[in-house]
Design a protein around this ligand. Structure first.
Ligand code: KG4
Ligand code: ZN
Length: 345
């Protein structure tokens, strides 16, 4: 079966093709440069860029894979959650293509797609459904921070999430305070590699509380006060690196310890992680170390499938689309507030 996947929930336009689990193309048009001068995603600009990019990307994906519209067995798109107008563009595009090609169209939940993205691996990359095992999954990006338990494929339960800022947002805000361009997370991560993580002690919010929620706004404030009290840090390369390493250590420690604790408490043998922040070097290292110590297996989404992408949408849709089962043309609208709980079996 061949599925065309579409993702447009935020600031990445992506189109992918999946053929019996094999990724046959995963094109991503990032809008980072478009939004950089505003210091964050501007919904109106994101929406216009999705409108401009979707058709050329879909055409390119088909051409590169040597496929024709008639070869496609199904279409899938992110229906929610995300930016309302951005979602609408991708979802309507998918519905229109499905209508014209007379093919089934599947609505995919953005977070559910993230939950399975760590299971896309290999060379060439493919969906490793046969290796799936019960797990606790951490989704960390600029928009979301959540812990989800997956007792079996298709079933999931949200254990906790952020009560204020997402972890990626905290990275980006700390980076902005020291003058790094948006989104500053990746550059803060690079600077942190050469810094001393113990130079400053930042709070580890909610680390010792029994629930699985996160909060990053207090940490953000502590970071701001640190710079207010030590403006000289900004003048000195060493001081800047130590500052970055200390901020990163605080965020990573909270994410790692709460994730591992959730896996141990729920008795799940495996931890997975996805979302843009999963690209963070310290998070990857520390999760690996903590999981090994706790006797848990770890699956980190590969960077290209960790950030927003359509491959994860197409992979999940292909798993759901049975060739023999007629999928009615979906009349539903995109849903910016679609809850993950509603999609669990
Ligand atoms: O998943 P993603 O591409 O988009 C959404 O937010 O949905 O995640 C982007 C976020 C940004 O906040 C970015 O700064 C952060 O992921 N990020 C990182 C790193 N790479 C990306 N944060 C820290 N370290 C990184 N290496
Ligand atoms: Zn995402």
């Amino acid at each position: 079966m061949i599925v065309l996947g579409i993702e447009s929930s935020c600031d990445e336009t992506s189109v992918a093709l999946v053929h019996d689990g094999l990724i046959r193309g995963n094109l991503v048009s990032s809008q980072i440069r478009l939004h950089a001068e505003y210091g964050g995603v501007v919904p109106e600009l994101a929406t216009r860029a999705h409108l401009q990019n979707l058709l050329p990307l879909a055409r390119l994906a088909l051409t590169e894979a040597g496929l024709l519209p008639g070869d496609i067995d199904g279409i899938a798109a992110t229906r929610g959650p995300g930016l309302p107008s951005a979602l609408m563009v991708g979802w309507r595009f998918a519905q229109s293509v499905a209508f014209v090609w007379q093919k089934p169209c599947l609505a995919i939940h953005h977070h559910e797609a993230h939950l399975y993205s760590p299971w896309i691996d290999g060379d060439p990359p493919r969906a490793l459904w046969e290796e799936f095992e019960p797990n606790v999954s951490l989704i960390v990006s600029g928009g979301h921070t959540m812990l989800v338990e997956l007792p079996e494929e298709g079933r999931h339960r949200v254990l906790g999430g952020t009560v204020d800022d997402a972890a990626g947002e905290c990275f980006d805000k700390a980076a902005k305070l020291i003058g790094l361009p948006y989104p500053g997370g990746p550059m803060l991560d690079r600077l942190a590699e050469e810094g001393n993580p113990e130079a400053h002690h930042f709070p580890r919010p909610m680390l010792h509380e029994a629930h699985h929620d996160f909060s990053f706004s207090g940490l953000k404030t502590a970071v701001r006060y640190c710079l207010r009290d030590h403006p000289e840090l900004l003048e000195d390369a060493r001081g800047l690196r130590d500052f970055c390493a200390s901020v990163r250590a605080a965020i990573v420690e909270v994410l790692v310890r709460k994730t591992v604790r959730a896996a141990l408490q729920t008795g799940r043998p495996c931890v997975t992680a996805s979302g843009g922040v999963t690209c963070n070097r310290a998070l990857r290292r520390e999760l690996a170390r903590a999981c090994e110590q706790a006797g848990l297996r770890l699956r980190l989404a590969r960077p290209e499938f960790a950030t927003d992408n359509a491959a994860m949408v197409a992979v999940l849709a292909e798993r759901r689309l049975q060739p023999s089962r007629e999928t009615p043309f979906p009349e539903q609208e995109s849903d910016p507030g679609w809850s993950l709980e509603q999609t669990s079996a």
